[in-house]
Ligand binder design. Structure first.
Ligand code: CUK
Ligand code: CUA
Length: 657
């Protein structure tokens, strides 16, 4: 590590000198004389002129990726309020893609064609269509506790939804939601072989979406955790094989799945075991203070393999179509145990070896390291410190932990490297702390800007973390970027963690929503197509569309007032390019991009009809619209695809009735 680092520093000056050849403002053929002297002198001049330190130059060289270069890692971040997923190359921090998930993404035509519109609508709640999402936690699919690069899952906290994204073409393939719960937060997390995608509720409510007065909170409000069964062969969650567990009305928070020795278990932290319900105008303390009275909340320890057997044995109630293990059955079968966790806990992270769980308290200065082995023994010997008001057994705190590490003010989330170190975000201090798992000693802290929430290290929550880089997801940017008005971007900071000291390398503004979590995977684990072959593939169907149009078979068919247009797109024309319909007709457009050249994407747009498709090479899309008004409407390709792109157009002629 040291040699690498020293080597890197020596390399810096050489590389920086080499950079001079092409990157200075006056570089290239017309370099002026004042840049000619000693090469190291010229980079020094640029550094001096821009006020850069040696650390800045080193950071630049470590992150700069020449044109055509590739990043060794890909970061998948939640797109926050946008309801998207953001894909970012690491270490260059270049944004590579926004994947439309819960909300329309116009450039990809996502949410405009028939199938993608239906896909988004499959996440409607109580028949209400939703136009935003609060995406929080992406989870890459795992095999034996390691990312396998096949699928990505993400939750929408506000509307209790889960989406499946297929990484073979980076498109959303499924959205599921259950009215059992009203919000989720302990999601998405996957079990080590992606048997289940976990969705834990956050704010208790009557299960199944009914009404109960707030005064009945203790009796009629509940939390729940849904185990969505994932079928890898079809790439789909199977709702009929999914099940849930009723939980007491605490605010269940984040979750993590056990792995290796702790495989088969789920750990979920919680807050508001006080069961405060607010009531600021009704003489009650606000929720935040009511929920912060107790010194300890409860870590939920769930034996999911045993719970799966109970669910499949039929000891469940079916609520809004979901099989739910009632709390009394859970207690009787010993599926759930609690252990105290200090002062407003947030986040639970299982160590790479699966032996321990790290939990921090927002109002505590420590991280607490729980021992799975100790917890298991306490469960087996039924050694309890007591029971909660619902009868859930509570394990003794002191006997459940290995120890605590003094981290700082407001520790939140923990990630790991491959060298036995843990990294914890420290919210109140705006720092990332590095500490040693073996001796629970703080090693170093680095300031971040500002108010860090989650952090992500490379494959940092798998059984084999890579270390190398850490991305700090900061909630405030304050003074880091140009002023763009009072709503500031979020700030992703890249930190090198492979040297003797952590080094801040890059600030990436994220102006899209508040991303909470991200995961970073080795890029070569993902094998994505570059064009759709054979021609006529529909990403939502994940198959050749039965309505695919081949060149020479373009046509317009009329059945009563339904008009079907079978169209192809190729540089630089649509066939047909004239569509004649009558006012009031329903038009079904079936368009195939018959190109097989990389990046030869065509768009298809009709003004005043909200028609907007993106047709990647080989892709087929369908869209239905009503020709609601007599008139003449040009349609055209929205991607600058060729020299004659502007000519890639035609007319929709809507004759008056
Ligand atoms: S939560 Cu946001 S900083 Cu939703 Cu994962 Cu901790
Ligand atoms: Cu096709 Cu522009």
């Amino acid at each position: 590590m040291n040699a690498f680092y020293t080597g890197f520093r020596t390399f810096t000056l050489v590389a920086a000198a080499a950079l001079w050849m092409g990157c200075g403002p006056q570089g290239g053929g017309g370099a002026s004389d004042d840049l000619k002297p000693a090469m190291t002198g010229s980079i020094a001049a640029v550094m001096q002129e821009r006020g850069l330190t040696e650390a800045d130059a080193l950071a630049a060289v470590r992150t700069y990726t020449p044109t055509g270069g590739r990043d060794p890692y890909l970061l998948f971040a939640s797109g926050g309020h946008a309801g998207h997923v953001v894909v970012i190359g690491v270490p260059s921090m270049r944004i590579l893609k926004y994947i439309g998930v819960f909300t329309p993404e116009p450039w990809q035509g996502y949410g405009y064609g028939d199938e993608t519109t239906a896909l988004i609508a499959s996440g409607d709640r109580y028949g209400k269509s939703l136009t935003w999402a609060d995406t929080h936690h992406p989870a890459l699919s795992e095999t034996k506790g390691d990312y396998d690069g096949e699928f990505l899952f993400i939750n929408d906290k506000a509307n209790a939804r889960i989406a499946v994204i297929r990484l073979s073409d980076y498109t959303t393939s499924q959205i599921v939601t259950s009215n059992l719960i009203e919000s989720d937060h302990g999601s998405t997390f996957v079990t080590p072989n992606t048997e289940y995608v976990i969705e834990g509720s956050q704010y208790p409510a009557p299960l199944g979406g009914g009404y109960a007065p707030l005064e009945e909170y203790n009796d009629n409000y509940r939390g729940a955790v849904i185990f969505w069964k994932f079928d890898r062969a079809s790439g789909k969650i199977v709702p009929e094989q999914s099940w849930a567990m009723e939980l007491p009305p605490y605010m269940q928070d984040l979750a993590d799945a056990g792995k290796l020795v702790s495989d088969g278990w789920i750990f979920m932290n919680s807050f508001n075991t006080e069961r405060a319900t607010g009531g600021t105008l009704e003489g009650e303390p606000p929720l935040e203070s009511g929920a912060s009275q107790n010194d300890m909340d409860y870590l939920h320890i769930i034996d999911w393999r045993k719970a799966e057997a109970v669910a499949n044995s039929g000891r469940t109630n079916t609520i809004v179509g979901m099989r739910v293990i009632p709390l009394d059955v859970t207690i009787e079968e010993g599926l759930l145990h609690f252990v105290g966790e200090p002062k407003s806990p947030h986040g639970v992270d299982v160590t790479p070896d699966g032996r321990e769980m790290v939990i921090s308290g927002k109002l505590d200065t420590h991280g607490t390291v729980y021992s799975f082995e100790k917890i298991k023994k306490l469960i087996e010997s039924k050694t309890y410190a007591g029971k909660d008001p619902y009868g859930v057994p509570i394990l003794p705190f002191e006997e459940s932990i290995r120890g605590q590490v003094e981290i700082g003010l407001g520790p939140l989330h923990t990630q790991f490297d491959g060298d036995g170190n843990a990294y914890t975000s420290v919210f109140i201090e705006s720092k990332v702390a590095k500490w040693s798992l073996a001796d629970l000693k703080l090693i170093e802290k680095i300031p971040v800007h500002y108010n860090v929430g989650h952090i992500a290290t490379v494959e940092g929550d798998t059984v084999s973390p890579d270390g190398t880089y850490l991305v700090s997801m900061n909630k405030w940017a304050i003074d880091r970027f140009n002023n763009v008005g009072p709503l500031l971007p979020q700030n992703f900071q890249l930190i090198g963690i492979d040297g003797p000291q952590m080094q801040l390398l890059y600030d990436l503004p994220i102006p899209l929503g508040e991303p909470h979590y991200a995961q970073i995977i080795k890029a070569d684990k993902i094998d994505s197509v570059e064009i759709y072959t054979p021609i006529g593939y529909n990403p939502v169907l994940h198959a050749t569309d039965p309505l695919t149009v081949t060149a020479g078979k373009e046509r317009i068919e009329r059945e009563g007032d339904e008009v079907h247009v079978y169209m192809t797109a190729v540089r630089s024309h649509f066939t047909p390019d004239t569509i004649r319909v009558k006012e009031g007709d329903t038009v079904h457009l079936h368009v195939t991009n018959v190109e097989q050249a990389k990046d030869a994407t065509h768009g298809f747009a009709i003004g005043a009809h909200n028609v907007n498709l993106s047709l990647e090479p080989g892709e087929h899309a369908n869209v239905t619209f009503v020709a609601y008004r007599a008139g003449v409407y040009p349609f055209y390709c929205t991607e600058f695809c060729s020299a004659l792109h502007l000519e890639m157009a035609g007319y929709l002629l809507v004759e008056p009735r």
